[in-house]
Design a protein around this ligand. Structure first.
Ligand code: CA
Length: 380
């Protein structure tokens, strides 16, 4: 007994001192859960050498099942989940962070994963260091909200369409395909193999070149009754936004000569464009573009924007986060909304068209689903 204790003590004394190297990564995990599901916002910080792409892996202790992700490609095999960087967030210097999210189902308990690996290396120092936004340093992690589920569908007053009632291959009901001015290679159809919710989405095969544009319009979702429009839709696409100007969503503005308010991209990032004077939000300076965001490919993205007809302001969220370059707050800000505010603009939106229009370069395949228009923010 004594000998064993001594031997044990001697063995301990011979152990190497604790490693002091930085962990391969640190993870800040914020879950927002309801009875049967949750979303998680995950911030990962690279603790090692700079990387140009990354994977973050963990094992769920329970029956959590990932249903979709954003800002990373999130896949699950058994209880093991791997989130892989997407094109624009793969490069992380030492100490740099990025964020991604996902939605999952679960039953029973929903504990934060106990350990993570970053590019295959254990983040052994993954110490649940509380995020600065945690209510208190001693708060248990995760500290999920048990309030309402994220509004996957609709807030009560919203008008929504998930394409589930479509019966044919050609969009019908409140939706109609149109090719303003001229038609070419662009096509649109109801898709029953890819959907964000349910079994059905709207697929747009967008081709490069102006006359290949195609839109699927709805005159019921945006009416003239209100003067504040929160538009929410989910979109998945295959090709990064091009340098050239493209439009994905067009809305007729009765107060602007029935010219369109357009939402799409330019210089690889999301932008608004006002057809009447070609003003852009943000301004297309490098600094302005940097304040917008790319639209991640091959994942479902939640796009939300608010257009306020009373004061002409705009706010935009991508996957739940406000995009600073897509905010027009009525006060001219260099690189963002100075050009937009060159004149008074009080929009009255009367229709919503989803599709694809390029004016030069830019082909893309897009799927739209779970469209909602409401007077208050719907959420994702
Ligand atoms: Ca659907």
């Amino acid at each position: 007994m004594t000998a064993a204790l001594l031997a044990g003590a001697g063995f301990v004394a011979l152990q190497a001192p604790p490693a002091t190297a930085a962990p391969a990564c640190t993870v800040d995990w914020t879950a927002n859960q309801w009875a049967t599901g949750f979303t998680a916002d995950v911030q990962v910080t690279n603790g090692g050498a700079p990387v140009t792409s990354w994977t973050l892996s963990w094992t769920f202790a329970g029956d959590q099942r990932v249903t979709n992700g954003w800002n990373a490609t999130v896949t699950q095999t058994g209880n093991v989940v791997t989130a892989a960087s997407v094109g624009w967030n793969g490069t992380l210097a030492t100490g740099a962070s990025t964020r991604f999210g996902f939605q999952a189902t679960y039953s029973g308990s929903n504990a934060k994963p106990a350990a993570f690996t970053f590019n295959g290396v254990s983040c052994s120092g993954d110490n649940p260091s509380p995020s600065p936004s945690s209510p208190s340093p001693s708060a248990p992690s995760p500290s999920p909200s048990t309030s309402t589920p994220p509004q996957e569908g609709c807030v009560p007053a919203a008008t929504c369409d998930s394409f589930e009632t479509q019966t044919g291959a050609t969009p019908g009901g409140n939706w109609a395909v149109s090719y303003p001015d001229c038609s070419g290679a662009g096509t649109a159809a109801i898709d029953r193999s890819v959907a964000h919710s349910g079994a059905t989405s709207l697929r747009v095969n967008g081709a490069a070149g102006y006359c290949n544009h195609v839109f699927v319009g709805n005159t019921q979702l945006l009416g003239t009754a209100g003067s504040v429009w929160y538009v929410r839709y989910w979109v998945r696409h295959t090709t990064a936004l091009p340098a050239s100007h493209v439009t994905a969503v067009a809305m007729r503005d009765a107060n602007d000569g029935n010219r369109d308010l357009r939402f799409g991209g330019q210089n690889g990032a999301l932008q608004f464009n006002r057809a009447s004077d070609d003003a852009t939000l943000p301004e297309q300076s490098p600094a302005g573009v940097a304040l917008s965001a790319p639209l991640p490919v091959n994942v479902w993205n939640c796009v939300e924007f608010k257009v306020d007809g009373r004061d002409g302001t705009i706010e935009t969220w991508l996957n739940g986060s406000s995009v600073p370059g897509l905010v027009e707050d009525g006060v001219p800000t260099h690189d963002i909304d100075s050009q937009w505010l060159n004149r008074t603009w009080r929009p009255a939106l009367t229709d919503l068209r989803l599709g694809w229009e390029s004016y030069g370069e830019g082909a893309d395949t897009l799927w739209y689903d779970d469209v909602a228009v409401s007077a208050v923010r719907n959420g994702c």
